[in-house]
Design a binder for this molecule. Structure first.
Ligand code: FAD
Length: 333
């Protein structure tokens, strides 16, 4: 099949009130690498009402070009408008590869876009590789409950689409001196396409949602906490550090904390600057979601707990003594 009309690596830059979400900026990193291998461009694609800030961020983090679709219809997320806008852009520009963050939004509209374009999409990827000769991407994701990794290829259609987990890739360092072409697009959404209306503010709910993927500091609690109420120890330390609260699956399965806090293979993949694991043994499935953290601190009363094998700093002790003492010391600073 001749796919010569399809070129460039597209990265969808998700925005929240005009600000680029981390995941899109992270995906520019593999995007730059793939573009280099294929001799093509990495293009940031933004849908919104006022994209100026996100355009700047995308360029600073590696985009060679920005396609900026601005229209009030994209001012807040709706499945129909985003699907419509992205489909039209892809039909016009024909990218070879389209990467989307596997967030609530990306998981919602990505598959619809692929369906409309009659192409394939690999969901929830954790690593990517391209064959520079054929241009075929290998999208790798956990399969069969994480027991094996499957690499999926989209050989017969274009674009090759995939959603990629937040936190898997690190953002390239921002370089504010970079410049790139910004193509302004305006694709109004025809009447009747959007069948949902925003009737109330979504801010309140959003504020309560845990943005673990974006947090620079995460304090996580596990089964060692013993009961739901004891998550107050974790919340207190997270508050003192200005961080977010994470959890192991054991704590989530016990009903002590909602699943949105879960870190690991069947939870979120995170890579904060500081990850503090409290009463977490460090099972391989937990490590799968946090081993990319810059600095890992483990607090566990068992000196043989596997978490210590990946920790930069280990504290062998009772978390009920160590955690409040840490919080108190930090508050003195
Ligand atoms: P435990 O393994 O029971 O560890 C508790 C730790 O607390 C122990 O090391 C103990 O020494 C310590 N402790 C107890 N009391 C104290 C105290 N007072 N002070 C200090 N330390 C104390 N797990 C995840 O976390 N995330 C996932 O996404 C995930 N996905 C999975 C997917 C699959 C397919 C499977 C099979 C499993 C998955 N798991 C996941 C589960 C994983 O295998 C472990 O069972 C789980 O991570 C254990 O959680 P934990 O470390 O909190 O509990």
């Amino acid at each position: 099949m001749d796919f010569s009309a399809y070129k460039d690596i597209w990265v969808f830059i998700e925005t929240d009130e005009g600000k680029a979400a981390s995941v899109g900026l992270e995906l520019l990193n593999p995007g730059v690498e793939l573009a280099h291998q294929l001799g093509q461009k990495v293009v940031a694609v933004i849908l919104g009402k006022d994209n100026a800030e996100a355009e700047k961020a995308a360029i600073a983090h590696g985009a060679d070009q920005v396609i900026s679709l601005e229209d009030p219809a994209y001012g807040y997320y709706t499945t129909e408008a985003y699907t419509y806008g992205m489909q039209k852009l892809v039909e016009k520009y024909r990218p070879s590869i389209l990467m989307i963050g596997a967030t609530i939004i990306g998981r919602d509209f990505g598959p619809r876009v692929s369906c409309r374009l009659k192409t394939g999409l690999t969901a929830d990827c954790t690593s990517l590789a391209v064959d520079a000769e054929t241009g075929i991407m290998g999208w790798t994701r956990p399969a069969f409950g994480g027991n094996l990794m499957a690499t999926i290829m989209c050989e017969n259609t274009r674009p090759q689409m995939g959603t990629v987990r937040p936190g898997v890739f690190k953002k390239l360092p921002a370089d504010a001196s970079r410049t790139a072409e910004i193509i302004k697009e305006s694709i109004p959404v025809p009447d009747g396409v959007v069948r949902t209306t925003l009737v109330d503010s979504i801010r309140e709910v959003a504020a309560e949602m845990v943005k673990l993927e974006d947090a620079e500091i995460i304090v996580s609690g596990g089964r060692g906490l013993g009961k739901a109420e004891n998550f107050s120890y974790i919340r207190d330390l997270a508050d003192a550090l200005g961080g977010a609260v994470g959890a192991s699956r054991a704590a989530v399965d016990a009903g002590w904390i909602p699943h949105v806090h879960q870190v690991g293979q069947t939870g979120k993949t995170v890579a904060p600057k500081l990850y503090i694991a409290c009463g977490i043994s460090g099972a391989i499935q937990h490590q799968a979601g946090m081993s990319g953290s810059d600095c890992i601190v483990a607090i566990n009363k068992d000196p043989d707990a596997p978490i210590f094998s990946i920790a930069d700093y280990g504290i062998v002790g009772d978390l009920f003594q160590v955690v409040p003492a840490m919080a108190a010391e930090i508050r003195k600073l």
